[in-house]
Design a protein around this ligand. Structure first.
Ligand SMILES: [Zn+2]
Length: 111
C-alpha cells in the first residue's frame, strides 16, 4: 500500500478593502470588510493547491454579509491573495519531478 502524505489546511485572510453598505441586521450603514476563507491542500507537504475559496463582504459589527464572485474580489484586490506556494506549489513540484525523472533516465542511459 502506497501512503501519500496529503495535507489540508483552512485559512482566513482579511483585507483593508471596505465598502459602505446598509446592514439589515444592525439597521444602519456600516463599512463592510472583505475577507477570504479558503482551503488548500498539499502533496508531500510541498505541492500546494487550492481546494476551495470563498470571498465575503462582512459587517464588522454583527458578521452579516454575503458571498461575492472571486473574479470581482480579485479585481478589487489587484490579484490573487493566496500565497504562491499554497495555490501553485504543485506546478513547482511537477517541474522538479520531471527534471529529476529526465536526469535519472539520462543517468541510466535510457535517453
Ligand atoms: Zn451588521
Amino acid at each position: 500500500m502506497l501512503l501519500v502524505p496529503i495535507g489540508r489546511e483552512e485559512c482566513q485572510l482579511t483585507f483593508q478593502h471596505s465598502e459602505p453598505h446598509f446592514c439589515r441586521t444592525c439597521g444602519e450603514s456600516r463599512d463592510f470588510g472583505l475577507r477570504l476563507i479558503y482551503a488548500w491542500g498539499s502533496l508531500f507537504y510541498v505541492a500546494g493547491f487550492v481546494i476551495e475559496r470563498q470571498y465575503q463582504l462582512v459587517c464588522p459589527h454583527c458578521g452579516h454579509g454575503w458571498v461575492i464572485e472571486p473574479r470581482d474580489a480579485e479585481r478589487m484586490l489587484g490579484g490573487d491573495p493566496v500565497p504562491f506556494y499554497q495555490r501553485s506549489g504543485w506546478i513547482v513540484a511537477a517541474v522538479l519531478s520531471a527534471i529529476v525523472g529526465v536526469a535519472a533516465l539520462r543517468h541510466n542511459g535510457l535517453l
